[in-house]
Ligand binder design. Structure first.
Ligand code: ADP
Ligand code: MG
Length: 255
């Protein structure tokens, strides 16, 4: 499914906020059909990088090509083929999920079938609920649904699982995998390395505006092990997360 054909190509990207250089000349490619992870500590420049590609922020320097479209020349063409999480909280507190999707569909000039979209993110039974009535995991699933409204080739997810409980986090992994299995390229940021390991075909690790490593999780781990690194031996065959999931199950608890 992944064919090593770049659908996003970023070259020497620089972003300055005043004198401060938040992104210091990074280059990377995202292949068509992959789940690409952008990892790095807070303030590393992940969101800045994503929002530049999403056409939501001006870059200071460098080149960004998305599906053959140059960001400098046709940003509006890029907007049409990408899915970005929309800010749904607070804006229209009295609209239910179906009404919100119809509203966003109108903004995109796309005819959507709200119930079909809600079904895809497992929220059909919440169709008549308001956004504020949803649990954290449901809110994230809804915001992922909004990225799919315009049938994008690529979706951008910025920390979609931050703050979720273990069940909701796993449920979101399944959703992201499902979206990718239908051919959509996914770029995701996360602070959870177990998540990146499970989900991402390749990751770039950014620190202070620079990419310091980029490869598949497996190869990055192998390379570290080859330096002689050894994790302190695990004496137990399970950890506390295993206990938690074993006791509470995989089922979502958000009703
Ligand atoms: P990350 O998403 O990796 O946590 P960000 O891209 O949000 O990092 O931020 C990178 C750096 O740029 C941080 O030091 C942040 O404080 C700074 N920054 C982000 N947005 C702005 C802004 N609008 N004005 C000034 N500095 C900003
Ligand atoms: Mg961020």
């Amino acid at each position: 499914m992944i064919n090593n054909q770049a659908i996003i190509s970023v070259k020497d990207l620089v972003k300055k906020y005043g004198e401060f250089e938040a992104v210091k000349g990074i280059s990377f490619e995202v292949f068509e059909g992959e789940i690409f992870g952008l990892l790095g500590p807070n303030g590393a420049g992940k969101s800045t990088t994503l929002e530049i590609i999403e056409t939501l922020r001006e870059k200071t320097g460098g080149t960004v090509i998305v599906d053959g479209i140059n960001l400098d020349k046709k940003p509006d063409e890029i907007k049409k083929i990408i899915g970005v999480q929309l800010q749904t909280s607070g804006y229209y507190p009295n609209l239910n999920l179906v009404e919100l999707i119809e509203l966003f569909g109108g903004l995109y000039n796309e005819s959507v079938i709200p119930l079909e979209l809600l079904e895809r993110v497992n929220l059909k039974d919440k169709a008549r609920s308001k956004y504020k009535q949803l649990s954290g995991g449901q809110k994230q699933r809804f915001s992922i649904a909004t990225t799919l409204i315009n049938h994008p080739k690529i979706i951008f997810l910025d920390e979609p699982t931050t703050g979720l409980d273990p069940q909701a986090r796993r449920n979101l992994w399944d959703l992201v995998k499902d979206i990718r299995s239908k051919g959509t390229t996914v770029i995701i940021t996360t602070h959870y390395m177990d998540e990146a390991e499970v989900l991402c075909d390749r990751v770039a690790i950014i620190d202070s505006g620079k990419i310091i490593a980029m490869d598949s999780p497996d190869k990055l781990i192998d390379r570290l092990v080859a330096t002689g690194f050894e994790r302190p031996k695990e004496v137990k065959k399970a950890n506390l997360e295993d206990v938690f999931i074993n006791l509470t199950g995989h089922a979502l608890r958000e009703e």
